[in-house]
Ligand binder design. Structure first.
Ligand code: HEM
Length: 528
């Protein structure tokens, strides 16, 4: 069916012909079908209706957090060892066992708070999410570039994110008063605040930032013995950051400087790489430490729990399509392979529900059938069926009628269980809602300040004074009080910048949401 005679192709024009999704050639892509040249339009015009109604549905909900991101592909190469020990001593995960074993990876770097088209020069943690397409199925390591987080209980996440997002009335974005109102009432955020407002909150490029799993996971060996583990990505390119002034100049020219830098380097053959290191701890609660190993607002001291290398990741390929790959890739902390496991970290368990829940809503119930999300290097055979957009049908053995299990007539069977049960600690306790006993919200934040170089301290103080100057006095005072409890010099310098002294804040009562130790109470009584 055609209204207008198609033009013969120009000599030598061998481009493919435009069609509808039904495979019908389109002979006129410039004019709708109308009654006479001046209209009215007719309703049966399939090509026009299909084109415009698909366009009307081009957007899916953007990620509720980490909406702005960039994707690249590459390879992880295992060492077969963890430091100088055989890795099989600690984990049976197959991707790590053989020296030189290669696993395909997809990596998505992101900012957290901004929308899909927002600036990459925002002061914000960066997401560092890696999907390993292993022979045992996919493993996602969904982390950030700073190593800790603002909160330690998943129930606080929606409130925390609302404080970082635009005002619900005016939609004004990046409002310091909203963010610091929340931080001032959240003492466990001080460690992360010490990082986000330091130069590390604005990486010079994605290639020059570290990555961390942040939450505590477990490794399980062949005997079922468990270890607590934290993951670290160390960039071969070194670590480099921008100041706020550098970032402002770049942002004046482009919102996508980090994506461009990453893709330019990949295209030029200058492939960025990161070493993967781990810290290991025996699997118990470690009463000798002044923090809880399951608390994601803490780092594990490297002098006690040294970094041990397990492999290297190199990125060498860009996606072919932004939407199909970057927008639809779906990471989650529940996506683990045999030999890797969860810990009871209260953030990790909450995250593990949240990711696949949002992806069923954001991408659809069959999001795992999309090429970028498939476990492409493992056999997949489920009895799942139906749902919007199902297109793949799993191979399910000799009798495709049997889409259930168990059955004596065919279909899929259960796999062989690992030879040993997990030998992790036994846990007994009452159901409760309670803070972990060892909160220690200030020590590591203060140490971070003290260990910074002078220019990093100066940058931190400048950035904090700049943001806090836009907040009301009660918020400023409470933040200065927290900084004094972290480190006297830090409190003094931010206070000087805001015209607030130790005398002004010494009388503040501890927050209801915190339990201070005797030593902290004494410090609070003698601030400055
Ligand atoms: C993305 C929830 C904490 C790193 C997301 C998304 C949700 C979410 C709903 C969007 C996922 C999507 O639409 O595909 C949560 C919850 C948390 C939490 C409930 C706390 C309880 C964290 C922490 C980290 C982190 C501590 C860092 C260690 C990321 C990253 C992404 C992400 C990197 C982007 C993944 C991608 O590139 O697609 N998070 N998150 N999140 N989150 Fe979290």
């Amino acid at each position: 069916m055609t209204d207008v005679a198609s033009q013969p192709p120009a000599p030598g024009d061998d481009r493919p012909v435009l069609t509808t999704r039904q495979g019908h050639p389109v002979y006129d892509n410039q004019n709708q079908r109308t009654v006479g040249a001046r209209g009215p339009a007719t309703l049966e015009n399939y090509h026009f209706l299909e084109k415009i109604s698909h366009f009307d549905r081009e957007r899916i909900p953007e990620r509720v957090v980490h909406a702005r991101g960039v994707l690249a592909y590459g390879t992880f190469t295992a060492d077969g060892t963890v430091g100088d020990e055989p890795i099989s001593r600690y984990t049976r995960a197959r991707l790590f066992q053989e020296p030189g074993k290669k696993t395909d990876v997809a990596v998505r770097f992101s900012t957290v708070a901004g929308g899909r088209d927002s600036s990459e020069m925002a002061r914000d943690p960066r997401g560092f999410a890696v999907k390993f397409y292993t022979e045992d199925g996919n493993w996602d390591l969904v982390g950030n570039n700073l190593g800790v987080f603002f909160i330690r209980d998943a129930v606080k996440f929606p409130d925390f994110i609302h404080s970082q997002k635009p005002d619900p009335v005016t939609f004004e974005a990046s409002v310091p008063e909203r963010a610091f109102d929340f931080f001032s009432q959240t003492p466990e955020a001080m460690h992360m605040v010490s990082l986000v407002f330091s130069p590390r909150g604005l990486p010079a490029s994605l290639r020059t930032m570290q990555g961390f799993g942040v939450n505590t996971y477990k490794w399980v060996n062949e005997a079922g013995e468990t270890q607590l583990v934290k993951y670290h990505w160390l960039p071969a390119q070194g670590v480099a950051s921008y100041t706020a002034a550098d970032g402002a100049v770049i942002q004046g020219k482009t919102l996508g400087a980090h994506t461009k830098d990453l893709y330019d380097s990949i295209e030029a053959g200058d492939h960025p790489s990161w070493e993967l290191h781990v810290q290991l701890m025996d699997d118990h609660d470690h009463p000798e430490l002044d923090f809880d190993p399951l608390d994601d607002t803490k780092v594990w001291p490297e002098n006690i729990f040294p970094l041990r290398k397990v492999g290297t990741m190199t990125l060498d390929r860009m996606p072919e399509n932004f939407f199909a790959e970057n927008e639809q890739i779906s990471f989650g902390t529940g996506v683990l392979v045999d030999g890797l496991d969860f810990s009871d970290d209260k953030m990790l368990v909450g995250r593990t529900f949240s990711y696949s829940d949002t992806q069923r809503y954001r991408v659809g119930p069959n999001y795992l059938q999309l090429p970028v999300n498939q476990a492409k290097n493992a056999a997949v055979a489920t009895n799942q069926q139906g749902g919007q957009m199902q297109y793949a049908v799993d191979a399910n053995g000799a009798n495709p009628h049997v889409n259930y299990e168990p059955s004596i007539t065919g279909g899929l069977r259960e796999g062989q269980a690992p030879t040993h049960d997990e030998q992790g600690p036994e846990i007994v306790g009452r159901l409760t809602r309670a803070r972990i006993p060892r909160t220690d919200d200030y020590t590591q934040a203060g140490e971070r300040y003290q260990l910074s170089e002078q220019w990093e301290k100066d940058d931190l103080v400048t950035n904090l004074v700049d943001a806090l100057s836009q907040c009301r006095r009660e918020i400023q005072e409470r933040m200065v009080w927290h900084f004094f409890l972290c480190d006297d010099e830090w409190g003094q310098r931010v206070g000087d910048g805001l015209g607030i002294s130790a005398d002004d804040v010494r009388g503040l009562e501890p927050l209801q949401s915190q339990t201070l130790t005797e030593a902290e109470l004494e410090r609070a009584a003698n601030l400055g």
